[in-house]
Design a protein around this ligand. Structure first.
Ligand SMILES: *Cc1c(COP(=O)(O)O)cnc(C)c1O
Length: 352
């Protein structure tokens, strides 16, 4: 039980004592010179977990995606991705500004492109038309509420992309949540992709960083791009040390976050005015709608009332739309905190 229950994001997780200990003791060197043994250990461990030849430690998931897009594409190419994807919506158009590529967002039902959608979006060779340079998928899907696709779904997309000699990138910021939820090894999701990124900083609770994994040849190119973007860090083993603890100690416990999210969703689903799609609560994210009197203005006011009412009860939640709230469970939220959160919501909605 914590004094403040912070459900705004799993990026708020604080490093564990074991991480701080590992950081204090880390052997370090200049990683731009490829002489930091702790960074190398993290990169090798990540590559091994994802079944790839090599890894590259980067400052953030956003940097991992940008480095990957730039490393795969040339200026003037097109990137096929889901309309609700993080890369298209929340990465400040970095791929367009820095990579000079055009985005081709495709509307999907669940956040996951189907093989037919990829086939339909690939461009023919024609002097007028931008060539397709990359396809991207995201798992778990952030904007769709932490939903998962299977390794087989990713492989089916890869087959179509590769059939046209186009590479596939997996934005797996929360890939280990998908692996734990579906009880599949993370490497199965990455088997047929040409690059994959995941965050050690979210549910895995490290303070900083993401890792890109791919072939040795791809990672060598990505290392150059990372340097170009100012991401060549020196004694980065200090932070990579926490990433190693994240991968070794924090993956299996994600199941607790998933159980807490489900318990929260089930509780909220019984309250008046809240609509939760339980089928979409597959990992650690609960997105729900707020509805009062069938009226958008009343629903918006009720959403604000919930955020303020929870804050007054030391429960922090985050509105992601005019009548939509997101709660994210993580290692700094326990079952008692979830019970308290359910009570807070019940009290606020009692008079609705
Ligand atoms: C959080 C997130 C990112 C970006 O990671 P940062 O470390 O916050 O830059 C990328 N993709 C997805 C799907 C995410 O959820």
């Amino acid at each position: 039980m914590h004094d403040i229950v912070d459900l705004r994001s799993d990026t708020l997780t604080l490093p564990t004592p074991e991480m701080r200990e590992a950081m204090a003791r880390a052997d370090v060197g200049d990683d731009v010179w490829e002489e930091d043994p702790t960074v190398k250990r993290l990169e090798a461990l990540a590559a091994e977990r994802l079944g790839k030849e090599a890894g590259l430690f980067v400052a953030s998931g956003t940097m991992g995606n940008l480095v990957s897009v730039v490393s795969h594409t040339h200026a003037g190419q097109e990137v096929v991705l889901d309309l609700d994807s993080h890369i298209f919506n929340y990465e400040v158009a970095g791929a367009a500004v820095i990579g000079n590529v055009q985005m081709r967002p495709v509307k999907t039902a669940r956040g996951f492109l189907t093989p037919d959608q990829v086939r339909g979006a690939l461009r023919p060779a024609n002097i007028h038309i931008p060539p397709t340079g990359l396809v991207c998928v995201e798992n778990t899907h952030n904007r769709h509420g932490g939903t998962c696709c299977t390794p087989e779904e990713i492989s089916a997309i890869a087959a179509v992309a590769h059939g046209a000699s186009v590479p596939l990138h997996l934005d797996g910021a929360r890939l280990f949540n998908a692996a734990v939820a579906l009880k599949r090894p993370a490497r199965e999701f990455a088997r047929d992709v040409d690059s994959v990124t995941f965050c050690v900083s979210k549910g895995l609770a490290a303070p900083v960083g993401s890792v890109i994994c791919g072939s040795a040849e791809f990672i060598a190119r990505a290392r150059r791009v990372r340097k170009m973007l100012g991401g060549g860090m020196r004694q980065a083993g200090i932070i990579a040390a926490a990433g190693i603890v994240a991968l070794e100690r924090m993956v299996d416990r994600l199941a607790e976050d998933h159980a807490n999210a489900r318990a929260l969703a089930e509780g909220l689903g019984r309250l008046p005015g809240l609509s939760v799609d339980l089928a979409s609560v597959q990992t650690n994210i609960v997105i729900f709608g707020v509805e009062r009197a069938g009226d958008p203005a009343a629903s918006g006011a009720a959403t604000a009332e919930l955020v303020a009412g929870c804050a007054a009860r030391k429960v922090k939640i985050h509105a992601i739309g005019p009548a939509s709230i997101r709660c994210v469970t993580h290692k700094d939220v326990d079952a008692e905190d979830i019970a308290r959160t359910r009570d807070a919501f019940a009290e606020i909605t009692r008079k609705w």
